[in-house]
Structure formats: C-alpha cells, structure tokens
Design a protein around this ligand. Structure first.
Ligand SMILES: [Zn+2]
Length: 537
C-alpha cells in the first residue's frame, strides 16, 4: 500500500516529471533508512532489499458528450492485453483518489469531470469508456502505458431517450454497513460515472444520508439521493424502507427498531413514522437465511405464510438483486412469486437493485429502476416523488434495455378500460449498441401472451431502437400486461469481467392493469389468503 501512496501524494497533473521526482525521492528515502538501520544493528545479517515502487505511468483522458462537446462523467475500464494482467488500481473496496474529481478502484477509473489523469501500472490495456446504459461506449485498443504515459479521448452519444424517467438504485451499501468498507463519498463517484441518478441509502439498521457527500463533490446536477435503511433481521430477512426521517439523537440515526420483532410490528412502525415510505422486500428468496419468503415459508400461489408475524403490508418486491445478475433462473422464481401476488390482488411493485457492498463485481446500478417523474433533472427529483411513483407502479427495472409500454392508451401503473376484452399493447425497446436485445415477451395475467425472438442481426443491431411492435389480444376478465426483455450477450467489460462476475441484459416492467368488466377497478378472482384468515368466523 505505502509504495503506491508515496507516488500518488505528488501532484500528477503538471506532467510526469513530478511523478518521476516522487519515485526518486521515495527511493532515496528508502536507501537512507536502510543505511541507518545497518549502522544501528552492526553485524546483523543484511535486511531484505527495500520495497520498490511498481512503475506507473499516467493515463490522461478527455471524455465528452458528442452532441454538446462538453466533458461528461464517465468510467474507464482497463483490461490487460498482450501479456499485461488486468490492473489492480486498488485491491480493496476503498477507492484511491486521482485528483479531486476521480477515483480508481480495481480495474476502473470513475470520473466526475470527464477530463483527468490516473496512475496506471506500465503495460498494455484495452480501455473501455462508458457512461451507463443510456450511452454508447468507446473501446480504445492496446493503449501502452510507459514512462511517457498515454492519452485517450472519446465522444460518447446519449442514444437512449429516457425523457421523463429518472434512474435509481434503491438498495446501496457503504461503510456504515458492517459488511461494507466503501466510503460513502466513493459511491457518488461510482454512481455518477455509471449514470445512476438517485441513490437510496440502505445500510444495515442505520439511517444514512448521501446528500452531504453529493454537495461536497458538487455532483447535484447528476445525482440525488434518498435517506433510507435496510431493516436487517436475523430471523425474518431484509427490507428496504425509504424515504425515512433521520434523527441524530436516536440509535442508528432513527433506524427502525427490529430486534426481537416481527414484520407485522416493524412494517406498522414504518407506516406510522414515515407514511410516504416505500417498503421493499429485499432479495425475498436469495437464500434460506436472509430471504423473507423462504424464512416465512411463504407460498405465493397459495397466498399463505406458515409463520405467524408474516405481513403482506409491503409496497415493493426486489425481483432482481445484483447478486442474481449471472443467474437468471433464480430471478424466474421471484418473478413467479410476484405474478402470484398480483393474481391475488397484492399489487406490489417489482424493483431491481444492485445491493452493492463493494467496488468490484456487483457494481452500483446493475440492475437499476427507471421511475416516471415530472421532471427528470436529478436536482428537481425528490425522494417523496420517487416513492409515490414506485408505490403507483410507475417504474421498471433493467440492467440495460429501456422499455416503453402503452396498453389501451395507458402506461405502467395505470388501470385502463378493456371494453369487450379488447386490448392493444404497444412495446418499444431501446438499447445502446453494447446492450444486446434477443427476446421480448408480452406477459398477460402472469402468462406469456406473445414472445418475439429477434433474429441475430436485429439482436446485435447498433441502432438504439431495437424493437417496436403493436399486438392485439383479448382478455376474459380483469388482468394485467407487462413486458420482459432478455439479452444473450454479457455486459462485459462495462459490467462484470466474466471471471468472477457476469451480468446480462434483462428488463422487467411493472404492469398496466386491465379493467375488462368496466367496474373501474382491477379485481381478480383469486382470494386473498390473509384476508380470508382475518375474516370473522
Ligand atoms: Zn442489502
């Protein structure tokens, strides 16, 4: 660690001379130290040779918006080629500053400014420059870093039109969580570089607030945040809640008390103290210890939970968690739970969140939610507005593809009339060139109504508009329509390295509800198990 730090403490921007000087000074200091040590210890065997600095050169970058010519936040991902190994700019979850406007971590550089420089070990690298799924990427091959450094430039285009939607990750950990070391400030670099426009803080049993960090970094034009908490229990699973009031005088800054209590208790607490909050069941089936549905022996199809204390009073379900990115089958299980909940009239919203704990593999914003808002400029988006939209199902989640769905004139979260059972769904899928779109499914009442498999050339097309179809169908009773999109090509190297972690394009929308009987509501035939149980006998 110290050999890296000694080189870095000198300003680098003025050219490589300062850096070389730093290396020489560090070396000289080490030699002086060894001489003194020998004098003091007389005839003792010679010590190990002094630690040498790994030679590093400067990677300068200039990344701009192709349309405006202005510098933009970005991420540079370095992959070693021609015998060079992938760089380890850090080996731990604490980024290293590269000037005031960038950090480096593992093999990535995350810049708020778009123009800067970073220290990189000598070698040859493919450098991929990206700015999240709405933008195209640039890969500059075989960039040689030697004593003279190297300079890369890119002009990225914002190719996916997301007007009216803000991107948000509702499940984010940093150093205030016992199982994360990432400084909160470094999450701002990570999320801005990958164009996530809202961070919801969900540290374990503590209320955290990213706002002071956003302000300190002057990043308010790119990102906003919501104060939240991950209600973390040993025996019931994990639950996100946001926005929450922060209270410095209370334990955990006002975190919801969970110890020794059941979901029906602590959900009630959230409702009483934060009536605007979303309760999002995190990773409901991720494993037997922390998945609410597994722990409670919840049978979604039967709408029953064996364990007393189970509560249905949640607003959202984390259908996809970042740790599931590589394994779509584990997502399918939760998708099926979600359909069953909708069938039984539990109108909960599907969310997808990274649950990132580190600065490697499962990184922030994959998946992310797009939430429909009045004005999508991050500075104008409030946590309360986002929470309201989430409770109203006006959002969808994705690792890349951007989906629009219009059903009988309504969009996600709307209840639309379906007179005579007649329905028309219009589906549009946009994606940046590095995001593959291979399968699009229209799902009605939990069943696949129509599946489109895109031919190879369409799937690998670089045009942002990948899919646009209108499809007519009939329903016999109230129902709901939603869309699922899958891509076969991994998102490497922007997300995942295909060795320790891989992520694929995946998107799932929330439903448009269909009122077939014209009574002005969505009512399913299936009984509500919990309501039946509560009914007087
Ligand atoms: Zn978590």
């Amino acid at each position: 660690m110290s050999r890296r730090l000694s080189g870095r403490s000198f300003p680098f921007g003025s050219g490589r001379h300062a850096f070389t000087l730093a290396v020489l000074l560090a070396g000289a200091a080490a030699v002086v130290g060894v001489v003194r040590w020998r004098t003091a210890w007389g005839g003792v065997p010679a010590p190990a040779p002094p630690v040498r600095l790994e030679p590093e050169g400067g990677l300068s970058f200039d990344v701009r918006d192709a349309r405006t010519g202005q510098p933009i936040p970005c991420k540079l991902t370095l992959v070693g080629v021609s015998g060079t190994k992938d760089p380890e700019l850090t080996r731990a979850d604490i980024g290293r500053p590269e000037g005031d406007k960038a950090i480096a971590a593992y093999n990535r550089i995350m810049s708020l400014a778009g123009v800067g420089a970073a220290h990189v070990p000598f070698g040859t690298y493919d450098v991929t420059i990206s700015r999240g799924p709405e933008w195209d990427i640039a890969t500059i091959r075989k960039v040689k870093i030697g004593a003279a450094g190297a300079f890369v430039t890119a002009r990225l285009s914002h190719v996916v039109d997301t007007t009216g939607w803000v991107s948000a990750d509702f499940h984010v950990h940093a150093a205030r969580s016992t199982d994360s070391r990432v400084p909160m400030q470094h999450r701002i670099f990570e999320f801005v570089a990958d164009d996530v426009q809202m961070i919801v803080a969900t540290d374990h049993n503590v209320v955290s607030d990213y706002d002071p960090y956003i302000r300190e970094l002057g990043a308010g034009a790119f990102i906003t945040s919501a104060i939240g908490d991950e209600l973390t229990t040993a025996s019931w699973g994990h639950f996100g809640a946001f926005p929450l009031p922060a209270d410095l005088e209370r334990a955990g800054q006002g975190a919801v008390l969970v110890h020794g209590r059941r979901p029906d208790d602590f959900f009630r607490d959230v409702r009483a103290n934060a009536p605007d909050a979303v309760i999002d069941v995190h990773h409901p089936r991720i494993d037997a210890e922390i998945g609410y549905f597994d722990i409670a022996h919840f049978d979604a199809r039967g709408d029953r939970a064996e364990r007393p204390g189970f509560s249905w009073d949640f607003d959202a379900l984390e259908v996809m968690n970042g740790y599931q990115d590589p394994v779509r089958r584990s997502v399918d299980r939760v998708v099926d739970d979600w359909f069953a909940l909708l069938d039984h009239g539990h109108l909960v919203t599907a969310t997808g969140n990274s649950d990132t704990h580190h600065l490697t593999f499962n990184i922030g914003g994959y998946p992310r939610n797009y939430v429909k808002v009045q004005d999508d400029h991050p500075a104008l988006v409030s946590a309360k507005e986002v929470a309201r939209a989430v409770r109203g199902h006006r959002c969808f989640f994705t690792t890349g593809p951007f989906v629009s769905l219009v059903v009988n004139g309504g969009t996600m979260g709307d209840l639309v009339p379906a007179r005579g059972g007649k329905v028309r769904a219009e589906i549009t899928v946009q994606a940046a060139p590095w995001v593959s779109v291979d399968h699009v499914q229209l799902i009605v009442g939990g069943k696949v109504a129509k599946r489109w498999d895109l031919p190879g050339d369409a799937a690998s097309s670089t045009a942002p508009l990948r899919f646009h179809e209108a499809f007519d169908f009939d329903v016999k009773a109230d129902s709901y329509a939603l869309v699922r999109v899958d891509g076969e090509k991994s998102l490497t190297p922007v997300v995942g390295d295909r060795k320790t972690f891989t992520a694929y394009p995946f998107a799932l929308t929330n439903p448009v509800f269909l009122d077939a009987d014209g009574d002005g509501r969505y009512a399913t035939g299936a009984a509500h198990g919990h309501e039946l149980r509560r009914a007087p006998r």
